[in-house]
Structure formats: C-alpha cells, structure tokens
Design a protein around this ligand. Sequence first.
Ligand SMILES: Nc1ncnc2c1ncn2[C@@H]1O[C@H](COP(=O)(O)OP(=O)(O)O)[C@@H](O)[C@H]1O
Ligand SMILES: [Mg+2]
Length: 417
Amino acid sequence: MSEDLTGRRLGHYKIDGVLGRGGMSVMYRATDTRLGRKVALKVMGEHITGDAEFRERFVDEARNTSAIDHANIVPLYDFGEVDGMLYIAMRLVDGSDLASKIKDGPISAQRALELLGQVAEALDMLHERGLVHLDLKPANVLVTSRESSSEHVYLADFGLTRRGATGHRTSTGDFLGSPTYAAPEHLRGEPVDGRTDLYALACMLFACLTGRPPFQGQVQEVIQGHLQGEPPKVTSLVVLPAEIDDVLRRGMAKTADQRYSTCKGLIVAAKAALAPVAGDGTPRRQGEVRTGPPSGAQPVQHYPGPQPQQPYPAAPQPQPQPQYQQPPRPLPPPGNDPVRLRPPMPVGSSSFATRQSNPAKWIVPILAAVALIVVVVLFIVMANMSGSGSGGSEPTTTETSSYNSNDIPTAVPTVGG
Ligand SMILES: Nc1ncnc2c1ncn2[C@@H]1O[C@H](COP(=O)(O)OP(=O)(O)O)[C@@H](O)[C@H]1O
Ligand SMILES: [Mg+2]
C-alpha cells in the first residue's frame, strides 16, 4: 500500500488530497506552487519505484500521454522524480469518472453515446498512431461539465498503453489491469490492436446502458465469459430497441476480424440502433426544452417499442407516444426553422374592427340590392296583371357532397419509423 502524501510537498507541488488509487500509484490533487495552478499528480509508490519493470512502465505512461495531443486525452504537464518518487503532473479534470456515474444504475442512451463518442474519437486517433490503450474501463474515463456547456470527456491512464504488441503481461507473465473490460485476445496474451480497445469500448457501452458490465462474478468467471461466454442481451436487462443487441454482439465479437473496424464505427452503429430513444444524434442546443424523461433518468426501462426518428419539435404523430409526449403545438414547424407566428396586428385592431371601420363602402351594394328588389317586384306585379301564369320549378333539395372524412389531411408521415 502506498502511503498517503496529503499535506506534503513533492518538489514544487503541494499535495492537497487523494483523487484515486491504483496498484502502482496514487493520483493526488495538488498545487503547482510555481504556476499557482491545480494539477492531478500521479505518484508512483516508493516501494515500486525500485522495480525496474514498473519504473519503465511509468516512464512509458508519461511518454504515451504526452505523445498524444487530442481534445479528449488528458494533457500532460510535467514528469519527473523527486526524493526517489516518480511523478506525472497532468491537467486536473474537475468532475468525476464514468465509473461513479454508472455505479447506481444506467445513464440515458443519449448521454452514454455522447460520452463514449468522445472516447471513441480519442481511441481512433490513438490507434492511427499505432498505440493501444489496453486499460479501458469507466474509471479511466473522466467527465467534466465545467469546461463547456456540455459534458467533456478525457481519456486517462495510459499506464498500460502499448505500441501494437503481443499480449500484455509482466515479465513473469501476469495479466495487468482489470479483466472486466478486457478482450479475449488480450486475456490470452495474443497480438492486440485497436480492435482490442474497441471490444472494451463495447463493454463500456453495455455497462452504461445497463448499469453492469457484460460479465460479472469471480475473476475466473469474468475471464471465462470473455473467452467463451455469450454476453447477455442488453434487451434482456433493460427495455431498448433490439438492434442494439446486434451492435454490441459485433462490438464484442470473440475474434477481432468480426468487430467494427473503428471505434467511431461502433458508436455510429449504436446511435442508429438507439435513435428511437436517443434522438438522431444531432446535437441539441443547450436550453432546448423537451418533454420527456429527465436527463440522467432511465428512459430505457419503459421503452414502449420502436418510435419514428423525429427532429424536435415533432410533427403530430399518427400513433400515441406515451413516453415522449411533445408539447402541443398549433403548427408543425417546417424543418428546423423556429416556429413563426403571424406578424402582430396593430394595437387595438382586430379583424372585426377592420370590417366595421369603413361603413361607407356598404352603401353602394345595399342601394343596388334595393333597386334590384324593386325591379323584380314590379316585374312580378306586371306579370300577374297580365294574367298569364305558369308553375315554378321545384326547389332542389338533393345535393351530393364530395366531402369525405378521408379527405381530412392527416399527420405528416415521419421518416425512419
Ligand atoms: N487528470 C485527472 N483529474 C482528476 N481526476 C483524475 C485524473 N486522472 C485520474 N483521476 C482519478 O484518479 C483515478 C486513478 O487515476 P488513473 O490515472 O486511472 O490511475 P491508476 O493507474 O491508479 O488507475 C481515476 O479513476 C480518476 O477517478
Ligand atoms: Mg486507472
């Protein structure tokens, strides 16, 4: 067990508290006293610093972290050794990790896709550079909402990151890291590549949607599950569109060849599968109101079945939608345009007042009508006086109507149902 250095100084760092502990190191919240900024300081335990292999790994971690400049990878500030202790200083992410966000249950499908989409971006770049993270798990996904209007993700912990290599073992052949999200080839010590991380990403998506990893239990059971077991269907645990089961089955295929070729590919497929509950992937603007399950709730628990994709606000739907009721709207807006109201009428005016406002224009037709009546009456009187009469025609009482209830315009059909 590494001792707690809280309150002590390490070079120009003042250690303020513990952020997290790993096998090899402790992550501290610290202050860089030269710059006066807060940092996350990973310090390798003294008992391990003497171990050449672990020392080498720690140096590798610093190199790997600094090798990658990406918005979704935690930036490295400094690396060094003080009083026999190796340290890595990096950006302090003011938030929490994904593990703590899902420990009490699933997060919404939309949020899961948003967060893991950012992880996928970072991973694809890592893979393009020939690196494999190899320790993907929710605890290594840091989430903050302090840096922008939406949640921003930083992928952390490059302690096991390797340049495409075989397996991933200590010199004595021990598997390093957690098997909970580890791909079969990784557990077997076979060659690994980006698809090894993709498998772990699929496991994380499973965990976000269900609140539990695909295989759980004793370490051996978990390993056996990854090697030979069939992961449970997500839809057997929560109510979501069945298509997500196919996406996860492919993401977690036992052989890497059968998986998606990029991490973004997995997320794109998952977005399509979950579109009925997660929207169509179009980012919503902050502050946009939507009637539906509150953010962070578990909408998946009551998913009533496939629903048509719809941009918000939606056109009236032909079928009832118990889950996502749209606020009543008098006019379906065209496309993404904001609802336009009629231009306001001048104060004090109304359509009625407009008609009343100009009585003079009615005098002419009234006079014409009176003149016409007088002419007709005179004509009838003169005709009677002449004594010749004949039967008038029957008034028409039958009238067919072309009106049919089927002609009522129904709701605009939506796409993608
Ligand atoms: N840059 C950071 N800012 C804030 N918290 C962090 C940061 N890096 C890691 N943590 C927290 O510390 C924990 C352990 O850090 P990590 O780098 O994963 O080390 P380990 O190798 O010990 O797992 C993480 O799970 C996370 O909760
Ligand atoms: Mg970690």
